[in-house]
Design a binder for this molecule. Structure first.
Ligand code: HEC
Ligand code: HEC
Length: 438
């Protein structure tokens, strides 16, 4: 519709808009101008979806798993002791300070808020202040009726400006504090998951308990593998969802593009009401659970996901990796480390500025000198060259898809052996400083 408005209307609308700078309005009143407005609208709509849209997944998390009952506790009509804000923060949930009224912020600053009482958690949910979680309350607001989750749950952090875990939103940051497994395991009824996986609920709970902070297993509901052959959890680290513009294959194992993955996650993982088509999931050998559940071709009516994908995709690509703060690395060492990065041919795969290959950015496990367990859980059977921008935001949880290298120094040691680099201790530490500076 917008495109049909005469240019003059746009100029008048622009002049009336406080958000519009004079330079921007004068700039261009042709079709390019329309595109800029549309781009801003897309970013706003995509941000809203990323932060607040449950895609109707409360039908799963609340109505089916009854997670909301564990959160409110028996005192408010649910089950068990309920979840206090202290517990919620301890499992990595974050609170958006911008959703809190001034009086509450003051009370929090003065330590006058009872963080041990599940009633406070319910109040925070009513304010829509728990990042990535939406509570649906009964009409009078007295009890929690259901609960849904959003993208922001795993892919947002806060700047801790008010207190640890309470601050301004940082969209796209990997929440490496978040213990998804512990949160899901609170659900009183996991029979839906157990039935899907053809195991008992105790087994599901064992798998969830093994995930630990910062991890989630996006392939569990496809192949039913809860553990690696070495007995460790099969879950992978939550990656950042910023710095992805210009990156071809996405996820640790290169499932596809950002929008492929957005549709996948919203429909198959979050259990939103969407449409998802990917015939690769019909392979009963690689994806036994997905194949028998028909995840290769999911349709919902109404479809609450598909109409949101264009703006969500646009927003994802608009999220730039944040620059490393001054003082968080040694600039002199990072400068030397950049030369080590080049001389060691790290940049043959991690090509700046995306730090992944323009083109088909996938490698065999053998090239990297690591096992093929996780690679074999995706159709391409490889590992995607991880984009390295903003590494400093996810120093917790380790590196590589499963966090097998606890520190950047351990990553560098691995490459030193794998590629026979023979780096000196000084070169190694310079390289680490460079990685921290990206
Ligand atoms: C429960 C936690 C969780 C939620 C909720 C979640 N994600 Fe993710 N996301 C992950 C994990 C874990 C991966 C890595 C998966 C893999 O590589 O197999 C991932 C991967 C991604 C990637 C790929 C990043 C890269 O480096 O290529 C994008 C993009 C993404 N998610 C976007 C989204 C969007 C958009 C939503 C909401 C529709 C969402 N995610 C919801 C945990 C989550
Ligand atoms: C053959 C291509 C290739 C080369 C060469 C290469 N990398 Fe990588 N890099 C990858 C892939 C693929 C991954 C993802 C591995 C995984 O997901 O398990 C990765 C992951 C990483 C990570 C972890 C990122 C994260 O988010 O966990 C760092 C750090 C890294 N590489 C740094 C380097 C450095 C430094 C060098 C040079 C010494 C280098 N890489 C050389 C392909 C390469």
């Amino acid at each position: 519709m917008r495109r049909k408005l005469p240019a003059l209307t746009w100029v008048l609308m622009c002049a009336a808009s406080l958000a519009c700078t004079a330079a921007w309005c004068d700039d261009d009143d042709g079709p390019g101008h329309d595109n800029e407005h549309a781009a801003r609208d897309m970013i706003a709509a995509g941000r809203h979806t990323f932060r607040f849209d449950t895609f109707g997944d409360e039908a799963f998390w609340g109505d089916t798993l009854r997670l909301h009952q564990a959160i409110e506790g028996s005192r408010f009509g649910g089950v068990g002791a309920g979840v206090s804000p202290k517990t919620a923060l301890a499992v990595g949930l974050k609170v958006d300070v911008d959703a809190l009224p001034g009086s509450l912020i003051q009370a929090l600053r003065r330590g006058q808020v009872n963080l041990d009482d599940p009633a406070t958690t319910l109040a925070l949910l009513k304010l829509n202040a728990v990042i990535g979680v939406t509570g649906f309350f009964s009409p009078g607001g007295s009890s929690l009726r259901s609960i849904g989750i959003q993208c922001a749950l795993c892919h947002s952090a806060v700047d801790n400006s008010l207190a640890p875990g309470i601050g301004h939103r940082l969209d796209g940051w990997a929440n490496r504090d978040l213990n998804v497994g512990a949160i899901v395991a609170l659900a009183p009824d996991l029979s839906a998951v157990a039935t899907l996986l053809r195991v008992d609920q105790a087994t599901v709970r064992k798998v969830l308990a093994a995930w630990g902070p910062g991890k989630f297993d996006a392939e569990l509901l496809l192949d039913g593998k809860g553990f690696r052959p070495d007995g460790n959890t099969a879950a992978t680290l939550i990656p950042p969802a910023f710095g992805l513009a210009g990156v071809n294959l996405h996820t640790w194992v290169g499932w596809g593009s950002v929008t492929h993955w957005n549709a996948f996650v919203a429909t198959l993982e979050m259990h939103g009401k969407g449409t998802f088509f990917d015939p690769r999931l019909a392979d009963a050998e690689q994806f036994p659970v997905a194949a028998r559940a028909g995840f290769d071709n999911v349709r919902n009516d109404p479809d609450l996901v598909s109409s949101k994908l264009p703006a969500l995709h646009f927003y994802q690509l608009a999220l730039a990796a944040p620059a490393a703060p001054r003082g968080s690395f040694s600039a002199a060492a990072a400068g030397r480390g950049q030369r080590v990065f080049q001389a060691s041919h790290c940049d043959s795969c991690h090509v700046p500025p995306t730090f992944t290959e323009p083109g088909w950015n996938l490698h065999t496990p053998a090239e990297l000198g690591i096992d093929d367990f996780q690679a074999n859980r995706a159709p391409a059977r490889g590992y995607r060259t991880a984009p390295l921008k903003g590494l400093w935001t996810h120093l917790a949880g380790g590196f590589y898809h499963d966090g097998r290298f606890a520190t950047l120094a351990a990553v560098v040691d691995h490459y030193d052996v794998q590629f026979s680099l023979h780096l000196s201790p000084q070169e190694k530490s310079d390289l680490v400083e460079y990685l921290k500076s990206l």
